[in-house]
Design a protein around this ligand. Structure first.
Ligand code: FES
Length: 99
């Protein structure tokens, strides 16, 4: 059976009462931005997912891409653009965002 998706991108969008959570750092809006961008680029084998706490809260906002298992800390739409262009389209790690 063929793989349905080549890569899954999990964005922690978890929220809780302190400031050390990804939701406090624009995680939801940047996840939504990533989803729209992947759709616009027609990357049909890439799935953008929301996730609960991924256990790396102090690095938030954080995402992880599987099957590579590469973690990224991002801050802006420019960071998301770079991750999409490098990791998702060209299989190149964005070293300065990798955690
Ligand atoms: S709140 Fe995002 S990793 Fe824990």
């Amino acid at each position: 059976m063929a793989k349905l998706f080549k890569q899954h991108v999990f964005f922690c969008t978890h929220s809780r009462d302190d400031s050390s959570n990804c939701a406090e750092h624009k995680a939801q809006s940047l996840r939504d931005y990533a989803k729209k961008k992947v759709k616009k680029l027609k990357l049909k084998k890439v799935r953008i997912n929301s996730a609960g706490c991924l256990g790396r809260c102090s690095l938030g906002p954080i995402l992880v891409i599987y099957p590579e298992g590469v973690w990224y800390q991002y801050q802006s739409k420019q960071d998301i653009d770079l991750i999409i262009e490098s990791q998702l389209q060209n299989n190149r790690i964005v070293e300065h965002l990798k955690r």
